[in-house]
Design a protein around this ligand. Structure first.
Ligand SMILES: Nc1nc2c(ncn2[C@@H]2O[C@H](COP(=O)(O)OP(=O)(O)O)[C@@H](O)[C@H]2O)c(=O)[nH]1
Ligand SMILES: [Mg+2]
Length: 373
């Protein structure tokens, strides 16, 4: 299952633009015909024009059908995103309409060319060409709504998060303002991409880091896991179910510093809720904003920050581990930064253990040579 690169879906022209492109090309094809005999010349010209218009339209439409990702080949996560963003039925139907129109345009070309081939007078040839153009226009008129749908869908789909379900994926959850996005930024190679879930106006971050050739993806969940159950609609629940399948591990960020203004009770309720929404995903609880936690010994904290800073010079150096004496959770700070490398280490270990269940099994796409044949 390959993840969809939403940015690569091609632009879809409007019916008017598409017809303009096809008829302009057809006119050029007709003009290029040379023959001394007027009847021969006209016949050839008309046949060329019809053929060229039909072929241009059908090739363009089929190219879109081929390049727009097929729902049947998408991961569960991508299907849930398409369903929530634009609706899978309309998506399928619109591409199906393009396919149908492509076939029709070629068919019209063939039918009218056949007629023109048998004609001996010039005026009916022109008439038949005009008729073919009229039929083509009417076919295209019938898919106008579908093309409009695809044009709008493209704008929406391009903002969706891209997650490769064959690589590890970490879902970052926690209350608003707890520092989820900051965590993703501090763990990611390069700048995280900004994406959007279809049901929230808040932007989400998608980052990744590479460890031993595995790409660990980190996804934010704004507005998805941090809202009360009763406010969620069915589409959102589907997306959460998809996160459950794509997420190997959930990083739950607790904000136990005083800054977020909520007591411990609210985040604990949220943690229970996240655990019930993602029943099969192991949850790693981390205490965020470590720089603001009073319980941690200041000297120990400073030493950890120094060790963490030294890692950028010497990646093989010791990785500091800070735990909150009050909770026992790993402590991190995106601003210091501190605890980030320990968290990374922990993630890689955990995911490694999960994948070790059958050491003889090869990843899905690996080829096994069978020497017995
Ligand atoms: N002091 C401190 N502030 C942080 C830390 N992580 C995030 N913040 C701040 O907390 C605020 C919310 O962070 P953000 O990542 O946007 O939270 P999100 O809503 O969970 O994505 C921002 O102003 C961050 O600068 C941290 O480790 N320490
Ligand atoms: Mg955020």
């Amino acid at each position: 299952m390959v993840s969809v690169v939403w940015r690569n879906i091609p632009t879809v022209l409007s019916v008017e633009e598409l017809l303009d492109k096809a008829f302009t090309k057809a006119k050029k094809a007709g003009d290029a015909v040379a023959d001394k005999d007027r009847i021969y010349r006209t016949r050839k010209q008309m046949i060329r024009m019809i053929g060229s218009a039909g072929d241009t339209l059908s090739a363009t439409l089929l190219d879109w059908v081929r390049r727009w990702p097929s729902i049947d080949k998408m991961s569960e996560f991508d299907v849930a995103m398409v369903e929530a963003a634009v609706g899978c039925d309309d998506y399928r139907q619109s591409l199906g309409a393009c396919q149908w129109a492509a076939g029709k345009c070629v068919e019209i070309g063939h039918q009218n060319s056949k007629k023109i081939r048998r004609m001996v007078n010039i005026p009916p040839m022109h008439e038949s060409r005009r008729e073919a153009y009229g039929r083509i226009c009417s076919i295209m008129g019938r898919i106008e709504k579908n093309l409009e749908f695809l044009r709008d869908a493209r704008d929406t789909l391009r903002t969706l998060p891209m997650i490769d379900s064959s690589e590890p994926c970490l879902v970052v959850a926690g209350a608003p303002n707890v520092g989820k996005s900051a965590l993703i930024s501090s763990m990611s190679t390069g700048k995280p991409e900004i994406a959007a879930y279809p049901f929230t106006t808040r932007q989400l971050h998608v980052g990744h880091f590479i460890n031993r050739r595995l790409k660990y993806q980190l996804v934010d969940t704004p507005g998805l896991l941090d809202r009360p159950m009763e406010e969620r609609n069915q589409i959102e629940m589907q997306a959460i179910a998809a996160l459950e399948h794509v997420g190997d591990l959930c990083l739950f960020r607790l904000d136990i510093s005083e800054t977020s203004g909520v007591g411990m009770e609210a985040p604990n309720n949220l943690l229970d809720e996240v655990a019930s929404l993602l029943p099969q995903t192991p949850i790693l609880i981390i205490d965020g904003k470590g720089d603001l936690i009073g319980d941690i010994d200041a000297d120990e904290w400073d030493a950890a920050c120094e060790m963490e800073a030294a890692l950028s010079e010497n990646p093989e150096g010791p990785i500091p581990e800070i735990r909150n004496p009050a909770t026992g959770h790993l402590v991190i700070s995106a601003t210091a930064p501190a605890g980030i490398e320990r968290l990374r280490f922990e993630i890689v270990e955990r995911i490694g253990q999960m994948q070790e269940t059958d050491p003889l099994s090869l990843p899905e796409h690996w080829h096994v040579r069978d020497d017995s044949v």
